[in-house]
Design a protein. Structure first.
Length: 262
């Protein structure tokens, strides 16, 4: 398989605090890589750098062989990197459909002023682009199985479905790499099973996934490989069962207050 992502010596300081230190790893296209570690281990900081929301203090990120360190979140998204957040970020006052449409907009060809103009004046293509965007949004809502809430305001969705909505909006940007930050947090057992199925279905579309997760049932069920961070450093990498039984991992992560059997 072709390499899609590589980090080399990735390091991030916040003042005198080193949140991530010298982290090197790579991902192959179509892989699901799990990223685990105790709270404060640097996991979210790491994907913030990969998504270019943060610029590394040191080190490099290569996406599809090209340097992508610190290019900005918008440019990273245009390259094919999308993400979700630990605390769901949706447009609560917009409808479910409108939330997904926001991700479908092709900003590579349409700047904000053109979007405003086209909302006032009739588009030259007779609205073909808008119809295509609508079809894409409806297809994604069906894909994540929330199409029946299409016209509901997003704030009215049950919590588990807001996570699906955020995934649909991320998928609307047509990513090659999807970064998931604790997509299963706060879900009950039935919802967890549904989330596992959805993540597998997304991966089945050829999308590479890097997932941060504390729920071990999820991470063990879906990950091809695991990476473990502790105090910002990578302490283990390998197959899930191999990493799960690593004494250093057990001491650093599985033995803390996190419920490893959950």
């Amino acid at each position: 398989m072709t390499e899609i992502l590589r980090t080399e010596g990735l390091t991030k300081y916040f003042g005198g605090l080193c949140a991530v230190h010298d982290v090197t790893f790579s991902m192959k296209e179509g892989e699901i890589l799990g990223l685990i570690g105790p709270n404060g281990a640097g996991k979210t900081t790491l994907i913030n750098m990969i998504s270019s929301a943060l610029t590394p203090s040191r080190g490099e990120i290569l996406f599809k062989g090209e340097r992508s360190s610190g290019i900005g979140a918008h440019k990273a998204n245009l390259l094919g990197i999308a993400r979700t957040f630990q605390i769901v970020r949706i447009f609560s006052k917009l409808t479910v459909l409108e939330n997904v449409l926001a991700g479908v907009v092709d900003r590579r060809r349409k700047g904000p002023w053109r979007l405003i103009a086209e909302s006032i004046f009739k588009p030259r293509d007779g609205g073909k682009a808008e119809r295509t965007a609508l079809e894409t949004a409806d297809r994604l809502l069906d894909f994540v199985e929330i199409s029946r809430y299409r016209d509901e305001k997003a704030e009215n969705l049950p919590y588990a479905l807001t996570k699906r909505l955020e995934m649909a909006r991320a998928l609307a940007t047509d990513p090659a790499l999807l970064l998931l930050d604790e997509p299963s947090s706060g879900l009950n057992p039935a919802e967890l099973n549904g989330q596992i199925e959805l993540i597998r279905k997304i991966n089945g579309q050829g999308i590479t996934i890097l997932i941060i997760e504390h729920v071990m049932k999820v991470i063990m069920d879906i990950s091809d490989r695991l990476i473990v961070l502790h105090y910002g450093e990578k302490i283990a990498e390998g197959q899930p069962q191999e990493v799960y039984s690593d004494p250093q991992v057990v001491e650093a992560y599985l033995g803390d207050e996190t419920d490893a059997s959950h």
